[in-house]
Design a protein around this ligand. Structure first.
Ligand SMILES: CC(C)(COP(=O)(O)OP(=O)(O)OC[C@H]1O[C@@H](n2cnc3c(N)ncnc32)[C@H](O)[C@@H]1OP(=O)(O)O)[C@@H](O)C(=O)NCCC(=O)NCCS
Length: 196
């Protein structure tokens, strides 16, 4: 069982609640956020966020997907989302988004590092992969900062148009090297936290 709440540097991860639905629609519904992802609808329909949040518990129970709300550390207000899919999936192992007002503060990197820790240290996975549009430099940078190597590029359908994607991956050994090579003060620290 994965923890319900985690602290990861500047961000905290927790399970979604129904009360997060309006923030999901507001933040993920922005064109600049939705457009870079495979699955977020745009425009974001009324009711879709609540329906999506309602799928989380059964996905967790079957182990198919673990989705976390991202908040700023010490806060409860939703700023983004990250999901880990441990099994084989056409969309790779994890994906994330951060609301536009919160970009470039290191939040996606901290959340992705927390997910990598969960995958290797809690779920005992051997490898994680993720992909991003080649033109999505920020997402590529997030993955690079997590030590994810470029495995290949490929052309895929993206929202109805062929686009170039970068597929990146990290192995358990690669992650151990990332942690080992960082200055101790820079190492990603992930801690399970109690309910507020
Ligand atoms: C991609 C995304 C998650 C990044 O979130 P974030 O919290 O801003 O990411 P971080 O702050 O951890 O890191 C962003 C990095 O990209 C860099 N960056 C951002 N925009 C950039 C650009 N246009 N060119 C070059 N670098 C850029 C930042 O400088 C930072 O790198 P640095 O720390 O070396 O300076 C966010 O932009 C987002 O949600 N985009 C829309 C959805 C999406 O793309 N999801 C991922 C799908 S694969």
């Amino acid at each position: 069982m994965l923890p319900e709440r985690l602290l990861a540097g500047p961000v905290a991860l927790r399970h979604f609640t129904a009360a997060d639905a309006p923030r999901v629609q507001l933040l993920a519904g922005e064109r600049e956020v939705a457009e870079s992802t495979a699955l977020i609808p745009h425009p974001y329909p009324d009711g879709a966020a609540a329906a999506w949040i309602a799928t989380h518990e059964s996905a967790r129970a079957t182990g198919t997907e673990f989705t976390y709300a991202i908040t700023e550390s010490g806060e409860d207000v939703l700023i983004g989302a990250i999901g880990l899919r441990p099994g084989p999936s056409e969309h790779e192992s994890f994906g994330y988004w951060i609301g536009r007002p919160y970009w470039n503060r290191g939040y996606a990197t901290a959340a992705a590092q927390a997910i990598i820790v969960l995958a290797f240290e809690w779920l005992d996975l051997d490898e994680l992969t993720a992909s991003h549009l080649a033109r999505n430099v920020a997402s590529g940078r997030v993955m690079e900062k997590c030590g994810m190597r470029l495995l290949r590029t490929e052309t895929r359908d993206h929202r109805g148009t062929p686009e170039e994607f970068c597929v990146r991956g990290i192995t358990r050994e690669g992650w151990a090297r990332v942690i080992g090579s960082d200055a101790p003060g820079q190492r990603p620290r992930v801690a399970e936290t109690a309910k507020r």
